[in-house]
Design a protein around this ligand. Structure first.
Ligand SMILES: Cc1ncc(COP(=O)(O)O)c(C=O)c1O
Length: 394
């Protein structure tokens, strides 16, 4: 049976991680895979997460199945976190999924069953897994202009010009904040214009939120999402708890549907249950139980927010220090864009040859296409990184 299967292609990001582990050089630098790291290079368990996990472990009385919606306390807490006080709060549903990856696939399947000829529009570029997930659900994918490689910012005029042509058969996938891989976020005015265009032309926005709190703060980072939720009849949302709660391996996320009415949203939930049932049936509980415990306890929630702020401050500080070091060593301000980006990533535009040279000669691991994970840096490594980047002609 299996002789017809071709040898698997390496995943560009995961295989980079393996190559990094095998590299024996002491001063190697991993700026590849998208995980937050502290100054010591560890991806720590957040204290709020530890406290919640210990409480839950002591209070646990059963390991029986949850329902198809997963942990319902978690679902409610996440809907409250994202949509409290929005008019959409009364006509939305959320179901827990195995990570935002699971939520993306589930909502892609939902779109395909509601409107098989729908076309999903992705930013150029977008998160590496958006296109395969949408296509695996049988959906057609197209791209709208987003990142301007010259300014390293969002080309809002070109983006909006394309979006203004979308209609009722189109789904517009947007990054909630801290755009992956570019780090360039659009302005709130652009979100406003998208809301107006969606109202006028009838396309369906879909917000993928994977880095809440990594940018300006947990409320500021959902400013665009809230604008759409507050003003549009329908909206799809996926949210990941991997980064914001440091729960990468617990695979915790949520799929949210805002419908024109609560009945529409509930019907969509029924379809999501059906789709989940025939695939993974129900998500793992542990990560969701931890998130619910944190969000439902004001003190623990505050602690989580403080820790998240500290992580975001560290990334901001690294951006500042990196840009300053580039100024110093290159005698130019052409890397100042690093401080305008949000979250973990910046798309540098380094060529494939440059990223290869950085890896082979300097032990610096950067994803092909030039995405660097700022959070993978330690302050002391900045001069070394800048020196190597300039040496390869960046
Ligand atoms: C934009 C975006 N969406 C979704 C995901 C998937 O997240 P999860 O780990 O929750 O599956 C990621 C992970 O890197 C991401 O960057």
């Amino acid at each position: 049976m299996f002789e017809a299967i071709d040898k698997a292609k390496d995943d560009p990001i995961l295989s980079l991680g393996i190559a990094y582990q095998q590299d024996t050089r002491a001063n190697k630098l991993d700026l590849g895979i998208g995980v937050y790291r502290n100054e010591q290079g560890n991806t720590p368990v957040m204290k709020a997460v530890s406290v919640a996990a210990q409480r839950l472990l002591c209070a646990q009385t059963t390991q029986a199945y949850l329902g198809l919606a997963g942990n319902t306390d978690y679902n409610q807490a996440m809907l409250d976190l994202l949509l409290m006080d929005s008019p959409a709060h009364g006509r939305c549903i959320g179901i827990q999924t195995p990570g935002a990856s699971g939520a993306l696939r589930l909502l892609a399947d939902l779109i395909a069953s509601a409107k098989p000829n729908a076309k999903v529009w992705l930013s150029t570029p977008s998160y590496v897994n958006h296109q395969p997930i949408m296509q695996a659900a049988g959906l057609e994918v197209a791209f709208y202009p987003y990142f301007d490689p010259l300014t390293k910012q969002v080309d809002e005029a070109a983006m909006l010009a394309q979006i203004s042509k979308l209609g009722p058969d189109d789904v517009l996938l947007l990054h909630g904040c801290c755009h992956n891989p570019t780090g360039a976020d659009m302005s709130i005015e652009a979100w406003q214009q998208i809301a107006q265009l969606a109202l006028n032309n009838g396309f369906l926005p879909f917000v993928d939120l994977a880095y809440q709190g990594f940018g300006e703060g947990i409320d500021q980072d959902i400013g665009g999402l809230r604008l759409l939720a507050d003003n549009l009849p329908e909206l799809l949302i996926t949210c990941s708890n991997s980064k914001s709660f440091g729960l990468y391996r617990e695979r915790t996320g949520i799929a949210i549907v805002i419908g024109q009415t609560l009945q529409h949203a509930s019907n969509a939930r029924g379809k999501l249950f059906e789709l989940a049932r025939r695939s993974y049936t129900m998500p793992p509980n542990w990560g969701a139980a931890i998130v619910a415990e944190i969000l439902n306890d004001p003190l623990l929630k505050q602690q989580w927010q403080d820790e998240l702020n500290a992580m975001s401050l560290r990334m901001r500080g690294l951006r500042q220090a990196l840009a300053e070091e580039f100024r110093l060593q290159s005698n130019s301000d052409r890397f100042d864009y690093l401080t305008a980006h949000q979250g973990m990533f910046s798309l540098t535009g380094f060529s494939l040859a440059q990223t290869e040279q950085l890896r082979e000669q300097y032990g610096i691991y950067i994803v092909g296409g030039g995405r660097i994970n700022i959070a993978g840096l330690a302050k002391h490594a900045i001069p070394q990184l800048v020196n190597a980047c300039l040496a390869v002609g960046a």
